[in-house]
Ligand binder design. Structure first.
Ligand code: CP3
Length: 344
């Protein structure tokens, strides 16, 4: 029965809830001293992602500390390239590094044959979480969208200009489409397994969708995401799915018009009244506090939160940031944020 559903799930189903549910992107992470402790003992970041006991523990840390309405599985979007056979490592302080794909031969070497074997520990983490989470806390599974995952695969890590990625997409679209198709299939299978193991909602992160020219947004962001969603919903028809096409501006409209999506995660660049009138009318929205506002705290945080609530709380809404929490954020600012959102 709907009325007995968790608050977060009610909001994703388009209901206006008694108060806005809240969770934060990257809520498990280096701003928490207890995370840093586990991280230090785990070995590498990937070792942590593939250790079900420790990954479960760091997922639970922010739930224990703050009582968020949803927990997000602790893993990373780059476990997919890793599971397809691409070399991946996390250089301390430098972010992810991959053996960059340079052409067709590298693409031919990727394979889905060992996908679930490699990702088995992630499914085990989901299973453990299912048993350990408080009954009111929803569990979110996630994956990166094909465009964003492809960006790391082709650039070999983070980038400022996305030149190699765009050279593939614009210059060799058929070859690039092959990579996207592979990622659509692998990602859909991965998400289905997360749901089989107990995830209750999904978020698909297209963190770099904002660098796609508007005319290509459908081909390289929206369509691949919708293909994943269709595959997932064939097996799990009622799972609510959040999409985060960060930075696409007016492009959010085309996502809002896609019926199979349940919720749009908004970045902080979107004007609140525009989001309310044009997006929230069609779907649940999630967001969109600037992570720097949370870092800064004080009066600025109070007024920013008030502006978001006054614009968005009368429709279906989940409070979140416009992007992941910054590692230098004072954990007390997060407590204050929760007070502000819950007192309303
Ligand atoms: O708490 C959560 O949100 C769940 C875990 C999670 C992580 N990464 C853990 C992580 C999630 C949902 C992600 C998603 C992710 N990973 C995205 C999409 C969201 C976004 O931020 O745009 C992207 C682009 C990645 C790729 C990635 N992983 C980068 C660019 C980095 C380095 C940047 C950084 O913050 O250091 C990572 C590493 C990473 N993923 C860390 C964490 C907690 C920090 C590594 C560490 O602890 O040493």
């Amino acid at each position: 029965m709907r009325s007995e559903e968790k608050l977060f799930i009610q909001a994703l189903r388009g209901q206006k809830t008694s108060r806005p549910p809240i969770w934060l992107m990257r809520q498990a992470g280096r701003y928490l001293p207890e995370y840093k402790e586990v991280r230090r003992d785990a070995g590498s970041f990937l070792d942590l992602c593939f250790n079900p006991e420790l990954a479960c523990e760091v997922t639970l840390q922010p739930i224990r500390r703050y009582g968020f309405d949803a927990a997000i599985l602790f893993s990373d979007i780059l476990v997919i390239p890793h599971a397809l056979g691409q070399k991946l490592w996390f250089a301390e302080g430098e972010g992810p590094k991959l053996d960059a794909l340079t052409g067709e031969a590298d693409l031919d070497r990727l394979s889905v044959d060992k996908l679930h074997e490699a990702l088995g520990p992630v499914y085990q983490t989901v299973g453990r979480l299912k048993e350990s989470l408080p009954s009111e806390t929803a569990l979110i599974g996630f994956a990166g969208a094909p465009w964003t995952v492809a960006s790391y695969m082709i650039e070999g890590g983070g980038t400022k200009d996305f030149m190699k990625l765009k050279k593939w997409a614009f210059g060799q679209p058929e070859l690039f489409q092959r990579l996207i198709d592979l990622l659509v299939d692998a990602t859909a299978d991965y998400l289905i397994k997360q749901l089989d193991a107990g995830a209750e909602a999904l978020q698909i992160f297209d963190s770099w969708a904002g660098v796609i020219p508007a005319g290509d947004l459908k081909r390289w962001s929206l369509d691949p995401i919708l293909r994943i969603v269709d595959k997932v919903k064939t097996v799990h028809p009622s799972v609510p799915i959040i999409v985060f096409p960060r930075g696409v501006g007016l492009g959010y409209l085309s996502f809002a018009e896609s019926e199979q999506l349940d919720c749009l995660s908004l970045d902080q660049s979107l004007p609140l009244s525009w989001a309310r009138d044009n997006l929230q009318r069609k779907k649940t929205v999630q967001g969109n506090l600037d992570p720097v506002s949370l870092l800064v705290g004080g009066e600025h945080l109070e007024s920013s939160v008030a502006a978001i609530l006054s614009n968005l709380k009368d429709g279906p809404f989940v409070f979140n940031l416009g992007h992941g929490i910054i590692q230098y954020t004072n954990p007390d600012h997060v407590s204050r944020l929760i007070e502000l959102v819950r007192r309303d």
